[in-house]
Design a binder for this molecule. Structure first.
Ligand code: UD1
Length: 417
């Protein structure tokens, strides 16, 4: 197993580029199950979750080729089974459920099970598909879905769910008649999926709002599609500039899609400016100050940036309050930050962070993807050496992270344990 060894205390300066979005690429790749013609995806990040998706799509019958951040996908004869061995390593595998039902009228997908950041049920995906005419049974840990032909339906989600909205958006694109998704999630990755489907011939409107309308079509063709930049990776780099007191041009950093994060960082005393190639980020003269934050569905502050922001709060003047309202168990990074000298008190879904003068390097354990990123950020700022263990989580979501950070001055090396 690899670990990252970080020599902290160096300011990061220069240009750092954002890769394609993992969370946009995953559903878009799964959407190729719906297509009748070859498709090319560009700006696909080279990440473990992408390789898992490609493995799964190959098992399901698509021919995939992945090189130089480009995936060429050719549809083949589909099969309906997504096995547990792959699904358990990546929850997003459940996104093949809607497309398989729409294409084959059947699907057998292993239930993803729990994960480090909470129970994460898929009831909303299933309820929606049931309204469209599917029936589900649970057999030996697998969801078995069947339908004759999916039909349009009026579906109101109990809560805005990103994966649920994506699964139903894909299924509805090939269903008979009109589907209306109410209380739909509005995340930019959903907009990217809808735009991809539209470029293949789907009829979708209202994406990016909480009411999406889809007129089913009988088939979808192929296209060439660039995946949007990763707003969470971008946000992580903005924090890297602030936490190391550096000066970064974060290339391809989307401003609008990251506005909630940008506003928070500005309230904390960071200077963020639009630049033709992205966003310029540095700490302001007055230093970092505390701020309160509550995670919310888009356009609110993203839960995927909570851990990274908390690392920054550890070094801000005053006390910051973090409320995690999306996932019930997403403070796994706290115990590790405490090992580095942070002052944080967790009560239920809230964490009170009291800023300290400095963090100290320590051996720490990554527990999930974004928690890992927060520990890398803390390690970059800390006095001394930090060993971040179990970084396979990080490799699921950040492309070449140590290469990118080292190119702007970080001192990080990857070692085998
Ligand atoms: C996606 C992102 C993840 C991000 C999350 C929230 C991908 C691959 N992952 O995850 O990085 O942290 O959005 O922005 O894009 N829920 C239910 N029943 C359901 C579905 C969801 O109760 O059927 C609940 C969840 O437990 C959670 C909330 O709804 O409390 C939001 O989850 P959801 O938006 O579905 O997250 P994911 O799509 O799994």
């Amino acid at each position: 197993m690899d670990k990252l060894v970080i020599e902290g205390g160096v300011s990061l300066n220069g240009v750092i580029a954002v890769s394609g979005s993992k969370n946009a690429a995953l559903p878009i790749l799964f959407a190729s199950i719906l297509l009748d013609a070859p498709t090319t995806f560009t700006n696909v990040p080279n990440l473990r979750d992408i390789h898992t998706t490609i493995k799964l799509l190959t098992l399901l019958g698509c021919a995939c080729d992945f090189a130089d951040n480009t995936v060429c996908m050719t549809p083949g004869t589909l099969t309906a089974e997504a096995p547990y061995d792959l699904v358990r390593t990546m929850r997003a595998s459940v996104l093949c459920l809607g497309p398989l039902l729409a294409r084959l009228g059947q699907a057998k997908v292993a239930l993803p099970g729990g994960c480090a950041i909470g129970a994460r049920p898929v009831d909303q995906h299933l309820k929606g598909l049931e309204k469209m005419g599917a029936h589900f049974d649970l057999d030996a840990g697998n969801i078995i879905g069947r339908c004759t032909k999916l039909h349009g339906a009026h579906i109101t989600f109990d809560m805005p769910t990103v994966g649920g909205t994506e699964n139903l958006l894909m299924a509805a694109s090939l269903a008979e008649g009109e589907t209306v998704l109410e209380n739909a999630a509005r995340e930019p990755e959903i907009v990217d999926l809808a735009n991809f489907l539209i470029s293949c011939g789907a009829r979708i409107s209202g994406h990016g709002t909480s009411c999406i309308r889809i007129q089913g079509v009988s088939s979808l063709g192929g296209t060439t599609y660039p995946i949007m930049p990763d707003r969470i990776e971008a946000g992580t780099f903005l924090v890297a500039a602030g936490i190391t007191n550096g000066n970064l041009l974060v290339k391809n950093c989307p401003w609008q899609e990251l506005e909630a994060v940008i506003l928070k960082l500005q309230s904390m005393g960071m200077v963020l400016e639009k630049h033709p190639e992205g966003v310029l980020a540095r700490r302001g003269e007055a230093g970092l100050r505390s701020v309160d934050v509550q995670t919310r569905p888009f356009p609110g502050f993203p839960t995927d940036m909570q851990a990274q922001l908390m690392s920054l709060m550890c070094l801000a003047k005053g006390s910051s309050l973090v409320e995690e309202s999306i996932f019930e168990n997403r403070f796994m990074h706290v115990s590790e930050l405490l090992r580095m000298g942070a002052h944080i008190r967790v009560t239920g879904r809230s964490a009170m962070v009291r800023g300290v003068e400095h963090l100290t390097g320590a051996p720490v354990m990554a527990s999930d993807l974004r928690a890992s990123a927060s520990l890398v950020l803390a390690g970059l700022a800390a006095h001394g050496t930090t060993h971040v263990r179990r970084i396979y989580h990080l490799d699921r979501g950040y492309e070449n992270i140590e290469t990118k950070l080292n190119a702007v001055g970080a001192r990080i090396r990857r070692e085998q344990e």
